[in-house]
Every structure is written in C-alpha cells, then in structure tokens.
Design a protein around this ligand. Structure first.
Ligand code: G
Ligand code: G
Ligand code: MN
Ligand code: NA
Length: 254
C-alpha cells in the first residue's frame, strides 16, 4: 500500500541514516560501543524518529529490508573504522521479531561479517522479551546460533516484559539492558533502587552482564557504579549522534 511504497522509495533514495548512542563501561568510564538507532532524513518532514516509522515498517513487513539495511550499514561502519585505524568498538543493533522468525537470517549475518571482514564479537543484537516470546522455540535456536558465533545477545527494555527468571535461564543471553523506567527516578524511589540492585545481583549470578538505559544524571551514574552495574548509556553522557560525530571523539563523563 502507500506506506510500504514510501518506505521502499526512502530505502532506494538513501534517506535513512544510522545514528549511534555511545555505551560506556561504568568501571572505567570509557566508551566500549554504541547502540545503532535509525533515523529518516525525510525530504519534506526533516529528521523523522523511529517511533514514527518503525511500527509502520513492522506492519507492512518492510522492517525486514530496513533491518537488513541497518545491519549492513553498521557492519560497514565497523569495517570503515578499522581501515581508518580507529579503536574497535561493539555495535548493538535492535532486531524486530520479524527478523527473528527468518531461519535464513543467521546465514545472512555470517555472509555480511565475512564480506566486510568484521569479527562477530564486534556485533551485539538487542531483542525484547516480547519479540522473543512470539515464537520462543525459533528465537531460541537463532539466538543460540548467534551466541555460538560470538555475537553479544542483549535483552532490551528488561523489566517491562513478561519473562521470568526460568525463561532467562534457558535463553542464550549475554547482557540485560535495564529499562529506563527503572532508572529515571533512581535518586528518589527506593523501590526502583531495590529492583535495580536485585536485577544486577541476579544477572551476575547467572553470568549475565548488565547495562542501565536512560541515565540522565550524575547521581544515577554514581549509584549504578556503586551497585556494580557493568555499563550504561543515556543523555547524561550522550544522545544518539551521527557516525561523523562519533568519530570526532569520546563524549566526556564528568
Ligand atoms: O532512537 P529512539 O532513538 O527514538 O528509538 C525509538 C525506538 O525505535 C527504540 O525502541 C528502538 O529500539 C527502535 N529502533 C531504533 N532503530 C531501530 C532499528 O534499526 N530496528 C528496529 N527494529 N528498531 C529500532
Ligand atoms: O527501546 P530502545 O532502548 O531500543 O530505545 C532507546 C530509546 O531511548 C531511543 O529512543 C533513545 O533515543 C532513547 N534514549 C536514550 N537515552 C535516553 C535517556 O537518557 N533518556 C530518555 N528519555 N531517552 C533516552
Ligand atoms: Mn535498544
Ligand atoms: Na530500551
């Protein structure tokens, strides 16, 4: 239909752009990677954010083409950094459930990494509990294959879905990303503090790393460091920026 055509045309015309939100190691305050977040440079509407087109892309099935484009673009950026002798980073890509239900997806990813000569450990995939649960058996197989290759598997928006500890135990997960709704009131909400501390302790016992999303203040940053949270991202240090801006240097932690 119309939306589908518009998205196809935008892909053909190169109107999408991958932005990168820096991700930090909380023990060293150093950038270790970034989350890839797609934006649409619309000829009339200007810069359009994902919430205004990702749902459309999902409903029309275009998310498969768009997701592949984001993936190839991100891998190409990793290859470019290597050519330019920039430090190796890990890039995290958001996967839609439609991508997780394609058994050929593993082969596609392998082919891209091979083509661009990028090692698998420089890639991370972010999936939500909801998207995995749509077809848990298929998703588990795919995620296991990716983890075996060395790709980091992260659960996005953790705490907002329906996954139980039992399910986590049976999933090949390397990283939990604590949803920003638990972080935003960390200074004032004792319950949130207890929940975050409990998630971190539980994850560590299962050998899973933890990243806090949506860190907006220095106080939150310091608290998460005290809780032994492994890593974080958020407006306190940087929003998502262009590849050019990311190349220009490290955001500063105060
Ligand atoms: O970036 P914000 O930057 O506005 O992103 C909003 C939402 O869009 C987030 O939930 C994010 O996971 C989703 N999103 C951003 N980029 C991508 C993408 O490349 N693929 C998918 N499936 N979702 C994305
Ligand atoms: O759902 P997902 O975690 O993939 O999407 C990340 C979304 O959160 C993007 O829209 C991104 O721009 C936004 N985001 C990143 N850091 C912050 C933050 O510190 N505060 C707020 N409010 N949003 C953030
Ligand atoms: Mn994400
Ligand atoms: Na999130």
């Amino acid at each position: 239909i119309k939306a589908e055509e518009e998205l196809s045309k935008a892909l053909e015309n190169g109107e999408f752009e991958v932005y990168f939100q820096p991700q930090f190691d909380l023990s060293s305050n150093q950038v270790f990677g970034a989350e890839a977040l797609v934006r649409w440079n619309h000829p009339e509407r200007g810069l359009v954010f994902p919430n205004d087109f990702i749902p459309l892309a999902e409903n029309t099935g275009k998310i498969v083409d768009l997701g592949y484009w984001v993936l190839e673009n991100s891998i190409a950026y990793l290859a470019q950094r290597k050519r330019e002798n920039r430090p190796a980073i890990q890039l995290h890509i958001n996967l839609a459930s439609e991508q997780l239900s394609d058994p050929h997806f593993v082969t596609l990813v392998q082919a891209l990494l091979e083509q661009y000569q990028v090692p698998a450990y420089q890639l991370g995939f972010e999936v939500t509990e909801t998207s995995i649960l749509k077809d848990i058996n298929l998703a588990r197989g795919l995620l296991q294959a990716f983890k075996d290759m060395g790709i980091c598997i992260a659960i996005d928006d953790f705490g907002t879905g329906y996954s139980s500890l039992a399910q986590l135990k049976n999933l090949p997960v390397s990283l939990l990303k604590i949803d920003r709704s638990f972080i935003m009131d960390l200074e004032h909400d004792q319950d949130d503090r207890k929940i975050v501390e409990a998630i971190i302790a539980m994850a560590h016992k299962l050998n899973i790393q933890v990243l806090a999303e949506g860190i907006e203040t220095r106080e939150q940053w310091k608290m998460l460091q005290a809780f032994q949270c492994d890593s974080g991202q958020g407006y306190y240090v940087s929003k998502a920026i262009t590849a050019e801006e990311f190349n220009q240097g490290k955001p500063i932690v105060h």
